[in-house]
Design a protein around this ligand. Structure first.
Ligand code: SF4
Ligand code: SF4
Length: 332
């Protein structure tokens, strides 16, 4: 990617590949906490030494966490079992509102894997990922937002009593480990393999059409003060920005990128050869270097995490022995 005006930080990041660096770090961390959860489970089942339970695995339970999130909104009651789930949702919504789906573009490990598959497909096939016909694309994108809205309304409508009851279930406290074990089963590995090949051919269709949370964060991002802005007077209409956009946004025809699919990846800004034609801006006016975008996403994310950690809203209040008893229950 050719950029000349972004200073030493921008040039250094350009060389390494900023998305690989940031997303790769979050993915590695997620793999690390997943392994620790499996080690914790092994301890609980008497099969290994004690390893503390990592709270960040709450990211594996978005549905249960959203139920707890809405319970918190309605009553102020903060889930004591897996509080990190609510903190992760707050972080995802905050980064999406301020940085246009910044969570999807720079943090989400699931999106990283599927984007990796799309990238791998381009390398192996030596061509761009296939794109679905426009009408199909629009229909599927629309269906995703409808599905996301229905899911959120349904989760918000869960009564206070039911949501609190759900938090007391041994299933709720242990389903994260169960899911990890399930992902290793042959049938799930087969599904993951098929999904990987599909993404190699069609690009990251999970984030574009299927992930309901991506729909939620896309809707949040519409109000973002940060956007990519194109100056038509400087643009040389080379079309490189639209070509590089993994979210298929027609950047080269827009004045300002408002599309909910944009996740602020900054690839279009970085690839633009015309100085000043495409820039990251706040409130459409205040220009800033592209690398401030991911820096802002990561800083906001870590800020929310550290505040939650310091105030006791990150760690579970369930004693470790209770987790152990739950995990030893038959069928869990
Ligand atoms: S390439 Fe540009 S328009 Fe496309 S998702 Fe990234 S920042 Fe948004
Ligand atoms: S990459 Fe830059 S110069 Fe080329 S079409 Fe996009 S905005 Fe215009």
């Amino acid at each position: 990617m050719a950029r000349t005006n972004e200073g030493i930080i921008g040039r250094t990041l350009d060389r390494i590949g900023p998305r690989l660096l940031v997303r790769g770090a979050f993915l590695l961390y997620f793999v690390y906490v997943s392994v620790r959860l499996l080690m914790f489970r092994a301890w609980a089942l008497g099969e290994g030494p004690f390893v503390s339970r990592p709270e960040a695995v709450a990211g594996l339970l978005p549905i249960g966490s959203y139920m707890s999130f809405f319970l918190w909104i309605k009553t102020g009651f903060f889930d004591p079992v897996i509080p990190a789930g609510i903190v992760i949702i707050i972080g995802a919504i905050a980064t999406s509102i301020l940085f246009k789906r910044g969570f999807c573009g720079w943090i989400c490990p699931v999106g990283t894997v599927w984007e990796g598959a799309a990238w791998f497909g381009r390398k192996v096939l030596k061509r761009d990922n296939f794109r679905l016909p426009r009408r199909v694309d629009l229909t599927l994108r629309g269906a995703r937002y409808v599905f996301a809205a229905i899911l959120m309304v349904w989760l918000a409508a869960v009564s206070v009593q039911e949501a609190q009851w759900f938090q007391t279930l041994p299933y709720y406290a242990t389903v994260d480990a169960k899911m990890l074990i399930l992902f290793g089963a042959p049938i799930y590995l087969m599904v993951i393999g098929i999904a990987f090949v599909s993404m190699m051919l069609l690009g990251n269709v999970w984030c574009r059409y299927l992930c309901p949370l991506g729909g939620v964060y896309g809707a949040c991002g519409v109000v973002s003060p940060c956007t990519v802005v194109r100056d038509a007077d400087v643009c040389i209409e080379c079309g490189k920005c639209a070509k590089v956009c993994h979210a298929a946004v027609p950047v080269d025809t827009l004045r300002s990128v408002r599309a909910p699919e944009c996740d602020g990846c900054q690839d279009c800004v970085r690839v633009c050869p015309a100085e000043g034609a495409l820039t990251a801006r706040a409130f459409g006016r205040f220009r800033f270097p592209w690398w401030v975008w991911p820096l802002g996403v990561v800083a906001l994310w870590l800020g929310i995490y550290f505040v939650a950690l310091a105030t006791g809203y990150w760690q579970t209040h369930l004693p470790v022995e209770t987790f152990r008893q739950f995990m030893q229950m038959k069928g869990l």
